[in-house]
Design a protein. Structure first.
Length: 456
């Protein structure tokens, strides 16, 4: 017997009612909820910046600035735990949620005060510190993206949920760490102190994103838990406030989406470029010793050593770029030690060391590698030679020697020679360089010894 449509609707109604009951039970925020007055008091008490809150902010700014300066994540996290700066932001969000415009104004005023004091304090610190190099922790606060929007929103939502509980938990410290309000302020101070306005704008934009979306999350949760709203004399005022919120959200989120696209696109470009080099440049007598991927210039720069690639091979490699989603990217290849006058010797040294560790000493510890490659007798001899060189050439700064493989374009067989690298305080004459090479050849009993001097 076929079921009647009415029976089907009744069954579906029961299923939906059970689903609703399950969701209501699992996601219920009313259980354990504090009263409206308690929630408001807990947030309002941290809105005003004076006395303890103000001093705590200044100390937190100094700590965060030091952490950014020395690139210490632990110190930065400590500063975020101390900082009370979330108070006025949540006050603004709650004020909008319950139609308390006086609370909104008070929150905005205190947020402005806290922001100015934070920037001034960090500017003072970065003006007197002897360390002026932008570290990775600091640079991370100059390129905000849409992911920061999500972090701020969900962090603010977690903060408001925690504030609405009768029993307080450890959620608020976690929110302070996740939303990271302090580091952008300190980065803005660094930008002002060093005259880098790009850092200032990027950091302030990240700070603006965090502030706006923490406030919006507070507003959304306050409405979700049905906090009692104030009655407004002007019925259209609430609609006007909601309209302003939408405008601010759109203005805030659009640039972050563009930045997120560029970050993702850059990451995809670099991944594809790295895969292209690793898979296509596998040659017996030619090696890539330096590579650079320029996203903005749409170009891949490679420096090769060993046997030169023929023009038709380079053309073929350029065409293969399309197979790695690199269509429109220019491939710029320099070959041989005479590949250009701007070759960075230190970069070549680093690349050779990377290759040595990657191929010969894979799986060894650093200690194993040192023991296996530099025996005590060799270290003793090299130290003695360096001491003698310091007497013969007082301006010498550093000295290193090792076996290396040299490839020739006109030979199929490679040579193994001793390669010496030396640096001097001032350039030395060609005659002195030749004399030093001849002396080292005799000292090490290596007729094919080659001498390379930095900057020569």
């Amino acid at each position: 017997m076929a079921k009647l449509p009415g029976d089907y609707k009744e069954q579906m109604g029961k299923i939906l009612a059970n689903i609703k009951k399950f969701l209501s039970f699992r996601f219920n925020l009313q259980e354990g909820r504090a009263t409206d007055a308690e929630i408001k008091d807990s947030i309002v008490s941290n809105v005003v910046f004076k006395g303890v809150n103000l001093w705590a902010l200044i100390f937190a700014i100094f700590i965060a600035s030091i952490g950014l300066n020395v690139n210490s994540t632990a110190v930065i996290i400590g500063a975020m735990l101390i900082s009370p700066i979330m108070g006025p932001i949540m006050g603004v969000g709650l004020g909008i949620g319950i139609n308390d415009l006086d609370l909104v104004k008070r929150g905005l005023m205190n947020l402005l005060v806290a922001t100015l004091i934070g920037i001034i304090t960090s500017t003072i610190y970065f003006s007197v510190t002897p360390l002026h190099e932008a570290q990775s922790e600091l640079l991370a606060r100059t390129l905000p993206s849409v992911w920061d929007v999500f972090i701020a929103f969900f962090g603010g939502a977690a903060g408001m949920v925690a504030a609405s509980r009768k029993e307080k938990s450890n959620v608020i410290p976690g929110v302070a760490i996740a939303t990271a309000l302090m580091p952008p302020l300190c980065t803005a101070g660094f930008g002002i102190a060093t005259g880098n306005w790009y850092y200032v704008l990027g950091a302030l934009y990240l700070y603006f994103i965090n502030s706006v979306f923490i406030a919006i999350a507070t507003f959304v949760i306050s409405r979700y838990i049905k906090m009692r709203k104030k009655h407004l004399a002007d019925a259209g005022q609430e609609k006007k406030v909601n309209r302003y919120i939408i405008i601010i959200v759109v203005i805030t989120i659009l640039p972050s989406i563009l930045m997120a696209y560029r970050i993702a696109d850059r990451s995809i470009f670099e991944t594809n470029a790295r895969r292209f080099v690793e898979e296509e440049f596998k040659f017996k007598n030619t090696q890539v010793i330096s590579k650079a991927f320029h996203y903005n210039l749409k170009r891949i720069d490679l420096l090769l050593i060993g046997k030169d690639l023929k023009p038709e091979k380079i053309d073929s490699l350029s065409k293969d770029l399309a197979n790695y989603n690199l269509k429109g990217i220019k491939l710029n290849i320099r070959q041989g030690l005479d590949a250009g006058e701007h070759i960075d010797i230190s970069q070549i040294k680093a690349s050779i060391l990377d290759e040595v560790y990657a191929t010969q000493f894979k799986g060894d510890t650093v200690t194993d590698t040192i023991v296996r490659t530099t025996s005590p007798s060799k270290l003793s001899k090299d130290t003695a030679v360096f001491n003698e060189l310091k007497v013969l050439y007082p301006t010498i700064q550093s000295f290193g020697i090792n076996q290396t493989v040299v490839y020739h374009t006109d030979k199929t067989k490679a040579d193994t020679v001793k390669l010496v690298l030396a640096t001097f305080k001032t350039p030395i004459a060609d005659a002195d360089r030749k004399r030093m090479q001849a002396w080292l050849s005799v000292r090490y009993k290596a007729p094919k010894l080659r001498l390379l001097i930095d900057g020569k």
